[in-house]
Design a binder for this molecule. Structure first.
Ligand SMILES: *Cc1c(COP(=O)(O)O)cnc(C)c1O
Length: 351
């Protein structure tokens, strides 16, 4: 019997570790929002289900049009993808030849090294500063003639820290113009500091900047998989070429449009969540956890070698968090009741 030869480098591919789902436990492990779909969104999905014998609109044009109007850009400057993680992969596939380099901070979104290697490019990880922030000077220094893409996750997953307008502008001014900087703003709707810039201040006017957003977090559609990118026309055109046909499904397109209709209601939920974030953050600081500032819907506990023990302790309180062994623990902000149970677990951690 023959054995099919597969890519030798796949063995070295890091696995994406999803947050665990444990029946009966509180899940604060995947940065989902706690609220279920709004009735208007659920109704739109139910109505659209009558037509799922048909292929979806391949270009998701209605959604593209709506987003273009919302951001005051042209339709040729917007691409949608099957979750923004899919768009991350499309950027690498569209811009990198084998051996080209993709620069990103570490620790940051765990999909970056995976999509880079899947795209046959080389990941270049630039350590965060001691205060868990992007080190933009070091990232600039890491750019070589082989660099094609730089991911800047703002706010950063999993640390919650954010890059400010002045430092980002200075960075973008110095990045070579043939290197694409992807500003991954999955948590943009939770940002409360006006000094944290909206990526749309830079893209698509700067032709080497792309902004990446998702319906998975503030808009509550993680299970449906839809995200979008705004960038210069030539970048969007390339990204669309490596799109897996029909991968943004019909229900996702409908739900995204219905969510844009319900935008005010969904953003009001974000305000409630931000209030809870402040409560949880303050309580953790009070308990002497060295959590850095957070502008996202989660907090980071830099527990180092105690990270896994903390997660096990939280599990005893029926709370699932997301440990990164040897580094820290990321805890999603949930409902007030869930957060209170989590804080009690944190308070009683002796490790
Ligand atoms: C959650 C997340 C995404 C969104 O992923 P989807 O594929 O859109 O669900 C993208 N980037 C970062 C940094 C994230 O944390």
């Amino acid at each position: 019997m023959s054995v099919i030869p597969t890519r030798a480098d796949l063995a070295a591919l890091p696995a994406y570790v999803p947050g665990r789902t444990v029946p009966g436990a509180i899940k604060l492990a995947s940065n989902e929002v706690p609220g279920g779909p709004l009735p208007s969104v659920a109704d739109a999905i139910a109505r659209a289900s009558a037509d799922i014998n048909r292929y979806p609109d391949m270009g998701a044009w209605e959604l593209v049009r709506r987003l273009a109007t919302q951001f005051g850009v042209s339709e040729s400057e917007v691409a949608v993808g099957c979750g923004s993680v899919s768009l991350c992969q499309q950027f690498v596939q569209a811009l990198c030849a084998p051996g080209d380099e993709v620069v990103f901070a570490w620790r940051s979104f765990e999909a970056y090294p995976i999509v880079t290697q899947v795209g046959n490019a080389t990941p270049v990880r630039v350590p965060l500063t001691d205060s868990h922030r992007h080190d933009l000077d070091a990232m600039l220094a890491a750019i070589t003639p082989r660099t094609r893409v730089v991911f800047v996750c703002n706010p950063n997953n999993p640390t919650g820290t954010a890059v400010r307008r002045d430092e980002l502008t200075a960075f973008l001014d110095r990045v070579p113009e043939d290197v694409l900087v992807v500003l991954d703003e999955a948590y943009r709707e939770f940002v409360t500091d006006p000094d944290v810039p909206d990526g749309m201040e830079f893209a698509p006017a700067r032709r080497n900047v792309a902004v990446l957003r998702t319906f998975s977090k503030a808009y509550g559609l993680a299970g449906l998989r839809v995200g979008y990118a705004v960038a210069a026309e030539e970048v969007i055109e390339a990204v669309r070429k490596v799109y897996v046909a029909f991968s943004v499904n019909a229900l996702a397109q409908t739900a995204a449009l219905a969510s844009l209709d319900a935008r005010d209601e969904l953003l009001a939920r974000c305000d409630d969540l931000v209030r809870e974030r402040t409560r949880v953050y303050d309580a953790l600081r009070e308990q002497n956890y060295a959590a850095p500032e957070t502008l996202a819907n989660f907090v980071w506990l830099p527990l180092g070698e105690r990270a896994v023990a903390f997660a096990e302790h939280a599990m005893e309180h029926k709370v699932v968090v997301r440990p990164f062994a040897g580094d820290g623990v990321r805890v999603t902000i949930g409902t007030p009741e869930e957060n209170t149970i989590f804080l009690e677990a944190a308070r009683t951690f002796a490790g």
